[in-house]
Design a protein around this ligand. Structure first.
Ligand code: 13P
Ligand code: ZN
Length: 301
């Protein structure tokens, strides 16, 4: 690929500037890249990323772009058209995991396992401007990430920057027994564990099984995430959005833990021949009031 130029070779030798610049913090050393790498590594350590499972993207701030533009390739890749344009993301840059990359390898070699893509002036095509060393390309779920960024950027007035997709076992197991219905799934999770409604006050979206990587699942995900920071993909995994890496990771973690508690509770209750004890709706309302949560009231009876 044209973007894999000699600048990268200079970079590999530990020189902080790849294009003749004499100063600057290498892309790998930028705070947003370190945060991104930690997210990937934390998810791997949680067991949410078998093989190449899962992916992540981060929408760079203008300061982030300014801090690493001097390291961008002199010759970026050619433009790749998007199946659906994202006009409100026009000109923005995204850090993304590489398609087929393993989350367990990101920390060892960020420049190979992640990269930065830039959208064109109309938000209808992308090109690689940094990373993806050795011919990599952004995650196959780029359509879902970009469409979800589109809606989350608008919904949060620009605050949300992180989109994280993982394959946590208990979330997948939950989706294998509950219908893909946001209200049913949200109530199951909220009622299993007190902190869950605090982590996802708008609840979680729930999509039926769909072919991954396509524009159809991307549209459905974006629709489900207009008013919510999380969406479960049945028999697959989950998407979480956040203003920070902590927020996106924390949302994934809380939903996964509530799913685990839900599953274990039912297994033990079934073994004992008892009914699970759940937080009543009045209790959920009381949590919302105590913590001033703007919950989705339609989830409650
Ligand atoms: P990528 O390796 O293309 O990111 O795909 C992994 C995945 O989880 C697909 O849903
Ligand atoms: Zn996946």
């Amino acid at each position: 690929m044209g973007f894999f130029d000699s600048a990268q070779e200079v970079f590999d030798k530990g020189v902080s500037a790849a294009k003749g610049a004499v100063s600057g913090v290498a892309v790998e050393q930028q705070a947003f890249v370190k945060g991104f790498v930690r997210l990937c590594d934390d998810g791997w350590r949680q067991g949410w990323h078998e093989r190449n499972g899962g992916n992540a993207t981060y929408r760079l701030s203008p300061e982030d772009v300014q801090g690493c533009r001097s390291f961008f390739y002199d010759t970026p890749s050619s433009w790749v058209p998007l199946a659906q344009a994202a006009p409100n993301l026009a000109g923005e840059c995204f850090l993304a995991t590489a398609a087929g990359s393993l989350m367990r390898n990101v920390a060892d070699d960020p420049a190979t396992n992640v990269g930065i893509v830039e959208l064109d002036a109309t938000g209808s095509a992308w090109r690689i401007v940094w990373g993806f060393k050795g011919g990599g390309v952004p995650t196959s779920e780029l359509p879902s990430h970009l469409m979800a960024h589109t809606v989350r950027k608008d919904a949060t007035i620009g605050k949300d920057r992180v989109l994280y997709h993982a394959h946590p076992s208990n979330v997948v197991a939950l989706s294998n027994v509950l219908p893909a219905d946001a209200r049913i799934v949200t109530r199951a999770l909220w009622k299993a564990m007190t902190e869950c409604i605090i982590a996802v006050p708008k609840g979680v979206g729930a999509l039926p099984w769909m072919v991954p990587g396509g524009v159809e699942v991307a549209r459905a995900t974006a629709e489900a995430m207009v008013g919510r920071s999380a969406c479960i993909w049945a028999q697959h995994g989950m998407f979480a959005s956040g203003a920070t890496f902590d927020e996106a990771f924390g949302t994934m973690h809380a939903v996964e833990k509530a799913s685990e508690v839900w599953r274990k509770t039912r297994m033990v209750a079934a073994a004992l021949g008892t009914q699970p004890i759940e937080i009543p709706d009045a209790g959920l309302r009381a949590i919302a009031q105590t913590y001033s949560l703007a919950i989705d009231e339609s989830m409650l009876d």
